[in-house]
Write a protein that binds this ligand. Structure first.
Ligand SMILES: Cc1cc2nc3c(=O)[nH]c(=O)nc-3n(C[C@H](O)[C@H](O)[C@H](O)COP(=O)(O)O)c2cc1C
Length: 329
């Protein structure tokens, strides 16, 4: 190690459940997070994830999983959005390939959780409040991630912020909870641990690292975005998501305000509207998910540099807090 200070350890029930060194989970990032990113995050001590959204064919998923395995021997996860055709086959395939973990978002995963019982695969379920959290725990989830309103991508229907939603979910269940939404550095990680979370799920910050498939224009946009540069679309479909405030998301908001039908709105949020920005760099006429934490992003490091920096910042924050607080008498 180039750094002469002793390595920092952050141990929680979440690091034990996933078999990882640091409680930093890279969020599933639809069409952005593939084998290179997942492997780089896991290799650096976090939990990397391959996002299934946008991987159409089972054999393409198998190839991604095998590629990640060729790049790291550390545990990684595969992220499944619920409610899509073929999901059963893809989950079966990932189980066959013996991935260390799977995560589930956007629907009820109970059937899949039952399928994973006794398989040794750690099941992470995304929730947006205590009711969903209790249900997921009863259904067999091993770890939960609660994602607050500040977060990028789909944020659930509760509107709870990370600062309120995290302790509420922590109080309502017995299994370890990750906090997500608005966390882009080690200060956020320390804050999440202070709230009772046992780790973090980070999405927006991981768009702007070297190993993602996101077009350079999208990474540059993350770096230059401020706290007011996102909007929440799709509220009328009851699947709200936080995205870049650009001409495309404003068109969606106008259509929603005008009372357009779900079919019209759905046509505006299809995969190709997302791919135009991610793959072709058209960051104005595309639907691009982005959280408020983009305001905290200033550079495009490697995933490994980012994780090392987050761990050092979390440690610095804990030292600063310990120095600030004194028991009198
Ligand atoms: C570009 C983008 C795409 C996302 N796609 C997915 C996805 O496919 N599956 C998923 O579980 N979460 C997805 N999310 C949510 C993240 O996994 C994570 O929960 C969220 O980004 C955390 O909030 P943050 O953006 O403030 O870090 C996405 C988020 C972003 C920003």
């Amino acid at each position: 190690m180039a750094n002469s200070s002793p390595p920092i350890s952050i141990r929680t029930r979440a690091t034990a459940a996933f078999g990882i060194r640091y409680p930093i989970v890279q969020g599933g990032l639809a069409r952005i997070a593939r084998a290179e990113l997942a492997a780089a995050v896991s290799e650096a001590g976090g939990l990397g994830q391959i996002a299934v959204a946008g991987v159409a064919e089972p054999e393409a998923l198998r190839a991604e999983i095998r590629k990640a395995k060729s790049l790291t021997s550390q545990p990684f996860s595969v992220n499944f959005p619920m409610g899509y055709l073929k999901m059963d086959d893809l989950i079966e395939l990932a189980a066959e390939e013996r991935v260390a973990a799977m995560s589930f978002t956007g629907g009820d995963p109970s059937r899949h959780l039952r399928r994973l019982e006794g398989s040794g695969i750690t099941a992470l379920v995304l929730v947006s409040g205590p009711e969903q959290a209790k249900k997921a725990e009863q259904g067999g989830a091993h770890v939960l991630a609660v994602v607050g309103y500040e977060g990028g991508g789909h944020i659930g229907r509760t509107d709870l912020t990370t600062l309120v939603g995290t302790p509420l979910v922590v109080r309502s269940v017995g299994i370890p909870v990750l906090a997500g939404g608005g966390i882009a550095d080690g200060y956020g990680l320390a804050a999440a641990l202070a709230l009772g979370a046992e780790g973090v799920e980070v999405g927006t910050r991981f768009i702007a690292v070297k190993e993602t498939r996101a077009h350079q224009n999208y990474k540059d946009l993350v770096v230059r975005s401020g706290g007011q540069d996102t909007v929440v679309v799709k509220k009328t479909l009851r699947t709200p998501g936080r995205a870049v405030n650009n001409s495309w998301s404003r068109r969606i908001l106008e259509a929603e305000a005008a009372g357009e039908s779900p079919e019209v709105i759905l046509a505006m949020v299809k995969a190709d509207s997302n791919e135009r920005g991610i793959l072709h760099g058209d960051v104005d006429s595309s639907l691009l998910w982005l959280g408020q934490s983009a305001a905290l992003v200033d550079d495009v490091p490697t995933a490994g540099e980012l994780i090392a920096r987050m761990v050092a910042q979390a440690h610095a924050a804990s030292v600063r807090l310990a120095r600030t607080m004194h028991q009198l008498g």
